[in-house]
Design a protein around this ligand. Structure first.
Ligand code: PHE
Ligand code: ZN
Length: 849
């Protein structure tokens, strides 16, 4: 790679652009190896700029010719772009460049995927298409002409005109270059339409490769629901005559919100009952919504610079979480989000990759599309909404949209809007954006003469580059129950601002039972002092569904820690509590399923590490297996009944009610298979008419070391379906016994359908290897070495995805000397690779610390 020497970029060094672009004319003459791009930039000096130096970004492109105001120039070109002198008045810069889409395996800029041309420009891909001020605070209107023999030619905005071998598009909304998109291919569409609240007709299309037409209906329905929801809840209507979505097989991320032309990883949009699981359907619905919601939060109001990434991502994730809560039930959605946040964001915050939601510096911005920016960014919005209340939140959002429409904005702008709309001082709250690390919240209680006092203290452990931490504003939702489980103090929001603080509740008859951090009101780690008995009580009586689940979760976590440390047996009362929830037919099946599922093995490693114990992934795996077996035995009298009760009849529907029933039924199936040798799972596999049921059955079989025949049948049935084959690859690695995981992954990399250039396939194998905690941490180090080998190979082709997956090693310092040495050796071997990309270099350097 010919990357320039890695350079750190700092938020504090931001300066406005020297030149602005009012309008861009682009003409693409498409060719797989020699595409010509003709650009005409209508530019002018920025009156607010500090410097006059003229510079346009450009990488991996060949300049054929350039002109300023019609006169040919011979600009100075280096590895990062183009320099020249320009008039001190409005001028026109023109360029003709040549690029090679078929050589583009990084999937950034213009590239080929399955015979079609497509683009990915966020964050800095447009500079691989032509010379341009590739920064989000330069916003322009675009006119795009595409010349190609391919039948479908798409770009942003509205179609202008098309003829034989060409099409022209115009996007009237000024946008940064990262929102540019172009697609050309032999595509078929799934059309529909939507009438906005203003009465405007919008043509909707999902464009796919021939053969995938049958997988578009659900995505289209999700799109229409998203459009309606954003009108109803945020008052935001769509603003173009067409909205196009394109599915591509080779994509580094989930999807991309290009103005009027969203490009999706096919895994994030294509679904049919036969090929996609309930979880896939839910994820697709959320991603369609997410990208659509970006039209206002991201596109109409964009980011001034990439340090402000959370401005669009945190808010848009928060909005898609609200949407899913409204579509599918808020309680289970909040639980699902908390599981993800704790498993991935808390882990990131506790390790060498910890960074603030708004980072202060970066080397490669692609490395900062993280769970911290996205998910913790969303938690900050959620806390803000809780603190100011829903009406004030709506008022502030209306002000945000009216004040900043058309702007490239900052977090300061965002907080100012809330201060102006509510009169609240958000100085201290703003530290959530700047301070990395997860606050630990310690709780103690006292009760005397009818007065109950809650003593809280917060403390955030140091993170790389931030040794000292300050107290944050924590919205803490609490309720108090009496000993019979009746709520005596309904949910109340306490605002903690100090390091230590006490809150008093008077006039109580008896010592109450505390239910704290209801609905997970702040992203903190609760240092609970509640006894097993109190938590068991909350598991059966709490009126807050999140805390009811969390009480059971925390008991399960303690049980797993004890079982790992001393091969203890689980308490009968804990198993009885789970069985009681299982038997309670008045509870939503989806809720029962989440209560019946355990923390992950990685969660247990974290819990042990936090308790000062070096986690042994092998012992953790054995404890998890043992607890599953105990539970299977404990509920074996009722599990077949519940399994049968959860049968869904009639045609498959991916809605929350049916998905919840399948989820609980399949939890039963996994427990039953521990005792019946897989008989029921084999039957389910043979009879399944949808992917949720066949995948669950196959998983249950693989987890008990069976399923070879089913695996072969699955391959025969689905070898031509790329997305289903990703499951086939992933399941084998994810369900492999610890000592077989590395070997299984290695064997699959030799399978003819393994494709290093396809990120979904690479993630199917190596994402699953990381997720198989005991297999990844097999003490021989086989998985570490295998992953390092393949990351080195991938880095030469696709730095962005290689860098992202290298984070699998981030927790290396938690483990014993043997594993530490082997992980460090693997990391060092990656770091020492000649020509390693800037992306992966930054990641392994930070991980090594
Ligand atoms: N902006 C995209 C999203 O959140 C994510 C993305 C980033 C996609 C970078 C591609 C490249 O929805
Ligand atoms: Zn996004």
């Amino acid at each position: 790679m010919k990357d320039a020497a890695p350079q750190t970029i700092y938020l504090k060094d931001y300066t406005p652009p020297a030149y602005l672009v009012d309008h861009v004319d682009l003409r693409f003459v498409l060719n797989e190896t020699k595409t010509r791009v003709f650009s005409k930039l209508h530019m002018r000096p920025n009156p607010d700029a500090a410097s006059e130096a003229f510079f346009l970004h450009g990488e991996d492109i060949t300049l054929i010719a350039a002109k300023i105001d019609g006169t040919a120039i011979d600009p100075q070109i280096d590895a990062t772009g183009l320099h020249h002198t320009v008039p001190n008045a409005p001028f026109i810069f023109e360029a003709e460049v040549e690029i090679n889409p078929s050589a583009n395996t990084a999937l950034e800029g213009l590239y080929m995927s399955g015979g079609m041309y497509c683009t990915q420009c966020e964050a800095q891909g447009f500079r691989k298409i032509t010379y341009y001020p590739d920064r989000p605070d330069v916003m322009a209107t675009f006119t795009v002409r595409i010349e190609s023999d391919l039948p479908v030619l798409l770009s942003n905005g509205n179609p202008v005109e098309a003829g034989d071998g060409w099409a022209e598009w115009h996007d009237p909304w000024p946008k940064p270059a990262y929102l540019f998109a172009l697609v050309a291919g032999e595509l078929v569409n799934h059309p529909d339409h939507f009438t906005t609240m203003a009465g405007k007709e919008v043509a909707l299309n999902i464009w796919v490769r021939p053969g995938d037409e049958g997988k578009c209906a659900f995505g289209m329905q999700a799109l229409k629901q998203s459009m309606k929801w954003d009108e109803d809840v945020y008052g935001r209507a769509y603003d173009l005559a067409v909205f196009n979505i394109v599915a591509v097989d080779d994509f580094n991320m989930g999807a991309m919100e290009n103005k009027g032309l969203n490009i999706f990883n096919s895994a994030a949009v294509l679904a049919s009952p036969e090929t996609a699981t309930d979880a896939n359907f839910e994820r697709i619905e959320a991603i369609i919504a997410h990208e659509y919601f970006h039209n206002w939060t991201g596109n109409r109001i964009t980011c001034r610079d990439w340090f402000q990434l959370c401005l669009k991502e945190g808010l848009t994730v928060f909005r898609d979480q609200q949407f899913t809560g409204d579509m599918r039930g808020a309680a289970v959605k909040r639980i699902d989000d908390a599981i993800v946040l704790r498993a991935h964001q808390f882990r990131e915050d506790a390790g060498p990759l910890a960074h603030p939601v708004r980072p202060a510096s970066f080397v490669e911005i692609n490395n900062f599309y993280t769970v911290t920016v996205y998910e913790k960014g969303a938690e900050i919005i959620g806390m803000l909404r809780r603190l100011v209340g829903p009406e004030n939140y709506d008022k502030a959002l209306d002000l945000y949209f009216s004040r900043h429409d058309g702007d490239a904005a900052t977090i300061e702008d965002w907080l100012q809007v809330f201060e102006d709309a509510t009169g609240r001082d958000l100085t201290q709250f703003g530290k959530w954006y700047a301070q990395a690390g997860t606050p630990h919240l310690s709780v103690s209680e006292s009760f005397e003469d009818g007065t109950y006092i809650l003593h809280l203290s917060q403390q955030t452990p140091p993170t790389p580059g931030q040794p000292e931490k300050e107290p944050l504003v924590l919205p803490i939702a609490v309720g108090l129950l009496d000993q019979r489980g009746t709520e005596i103090v309904p949910t109340t929001l306490l605002e903690m601002t100090e390091a230590s603080q006490s809150f008093t509740f008077d006039d109580l008859q008896d010592r109450p039972v505390l239910s704290i951090l209801r609905d997970f009101s702040a992203p903190v780690i609760l240092k609970h002092t509640q006894s097993d008995a109190t938590r068991a009580f909350l598991l059966s009586h709490d009126t807050d569904p999140f805390n009811r689940w969390d009480a059971g979760r925390s008991l399960a976590q303690d049980v797993l820690v004890r079982m790992t440390r001393d091969q203890a047996t689980p308490d009968q009362s804990f198993l009885d509590g789970l069985a009681a929830v299982l038997r309670d037919d008045s509870l939503d099946p989806a809720f029962r399923a989440v209560v019946l599922s355990f923390p992950s093995e990685d969660d247990t490693a974290t819990a042990l590490f936090d308790a000062g114990v070096t986690p042994d992934p092998t012992a953790i795996h054995q404890a998890h297996e043992a607890l599953t077996l105990y539970l299977a035995q404990h509920v074996q009298d009722i599990s077949p009944r519940i399994y049968a009760d959860m049968t869904v009849t009639g045609p498959y529907r991916p809605d929350a009610a049916d998905a919840g029933r399948r989820s609980l039924g399949n939890r039963m199936l996994s427990l039953m298979s521990k005792l019946d040798g897989g008989k029921q799972a084999q039957l389910q596999f043979a009879q399944a008419d949808n992917m949720t049921q066949s995948q669950a059955a196959l998983t249950a079989l693989l987890k008990i070391g069976k399923g070879a025949d089913e695996l072969a049948a699955f391959e025969t049935a689905w070898h031509a379906d790329r997305l289903v084959m990703d499951k086939w690859f992933g399941l084998q690695v994810g369900c492999a016994a610890p000592e077989q995981a590395a070997g299984t992954a290695r064997k699959l990399t030799a399978h003819p359908a393994f494709d290093l250039k396809n990120p979904n396939r690479f993630r199917a194998v190596f994402g699953s290897l990381k997720a198989n905690a005991a297999g990844f941490h097999d003490p021989t180090g086989a998985s570490y070495a295998l992953l390092a080998d393949w990351l080195i190979k991938l880095d030469a082709l696709n730095p962005q995805t290689a860098a992202r997956i290298s984070a699998a090693f981030d927790a290396w310092k938690r483990y014993d000397a043997n594993r530490q040495t082997k992980m460090r050796t693997a990391l060092q071997r990656i770091a020492d690779t000649p020509g390693l990309s800037r992306d992966t270099t930054e990641m392994v350097t930070r991980i090594l610390g």
